[in-house]
Design a protein around this ligand. Structure first.
Ligand SMILES: NC(=O)c1ccc[n+]([C@@H]2O[C@H](COP(=O)([O-])OP(=O)(O)OC[C@H]3O[C@@H](n4cnc5c(N)ncnc54)[C@H](O)[C@@H]3O)[C@@H](O)[C@H]2O)c1
Length: 258
């Protein structure tokens, strides 16, 4: 930089933890960041999905390890954080990507489903921040990316539980960004639109998703994990060194934020 201001970003060898790394976005984030030289810690409750991501990263010439974790369980999060740091070191990047989305109108949703959604989607990122944040602050550099959703601003019929956690993720992003800005740790949120992964496919057949996007999305197509991975690549890079506390929407123009 000609202005003499140091700008930090992901460097080869830095560790990136991707929660839900076995899923649609999680795998795309893992492959993309590995391509940038990151060593990937794939955190997932599903060993088969997580293992497949590790296999694909290695096949592409990258480095990755799988760590089994149940993000609904604080003890499992604490154990996984220690295991990851013992095996790979303090992370430079954490992508809070794992989510659950049990569906139902408010009057049908059980308290158990409500609480499970909150635990995985919101309490886990809070606990991860409490556990790993101090180590990133000590290190004086780091990036957190939180996955929100267009539902945070639009709401979701049959998904108040999910929408509430996604709105809260935007809020958590802003608060953490304020607390950590002086410590060299940046925190931003990605606000994706509907994309072709297991999550929407659990509720809607693929052909219907495409037909809906063709009709309703300004660009006439659904999103793909690779669309969103490119934004994560930017957010971890030195190009985004002056960016913190922001929520960036990526959805073909479907929801415009702010
Ligand atoms: N796909 C979309 O249309 C869309 C739209 C907006 C936002 N998002 C957000 O993007 C993120 C990724 O979504 P996706 O579509 O890739 O989902 P996905 O269902 O493909 O992947 C989710 C991953 O999280 C893991 N997971 C679930 N519960 C877990 C737990 N308790 N502990 C550990 N891992 C657990 C799953 O095993 C899976 O690998 C989510 O935060 C989601 O809310 C997705």
């Amino acid at each position: 930089m000609t202005d003499g201001i140091g700008r930090d970003g992901l460097k080869a060898g830095d560790v990136a933890i991707i929660t839900g790394g076995g899923g649609g976005f999680g795998r795309a984030f893992s492959l993309r960041l590995a391509k940038m030289g990151a060593r990937i810690a794939v955190w997932d409750v599903d060993a088969a999905l997580g293992g497949e991501t590790v296999r694909q990263v290695r096949e592409a010439g990258g480095e990755a390890r799988f760590f089994k974790v149940d993000l609904a369980d604080p003890a499992s999060i604490a154990a996984c954080a220690q295991e990851t740091m013992a095996a790979m070191g303090v992370p430079y990047c954490i992508i809070n990507n794992a989510s659950v989305f049990p569906r139902g109108e408010v009057i049908e949703l059980t308290l158990a489903d409500w609480e499970w959604t909150l635990k995985v989607n919101l309490t886990a990122p809070f606990l991860i921040a409490k556990t790993l944040g101090p180590r990133m602050i000590e290190q004086g550099r780091g990036v957190v990316i939180n996955l929100a959703s267009g539902r945070a601003v639009e709401g979701a019929a049959k998904g108040a539980n999910y929408a509430c956690t996604k709105a809260a993720m935007i809020s958590l992003t802003k608060s953490l960004a304020l607390e950590w800005a002086r410590h060299g740790v940046r925190v931003n949120a990605i606000i994706p639109g509907q994309s072709l992964t297991a999550m929407p496919l659990a509720a809607t057949p693929e052909a219907e998703l495409h037909a809906h996007a063709k009709l309703r999305n300004p660009m006439g197509r659904i999103g793909y994990p690779e669309d969103v991975a490119g934004l994560a690549a930017y957010l971890v890079s030195a190009d985004a060194a002056y960016m913190t506390g922001q929520g960036v929407a990526i959805n073909g123009g479907a929801v415009m934020v702010p």
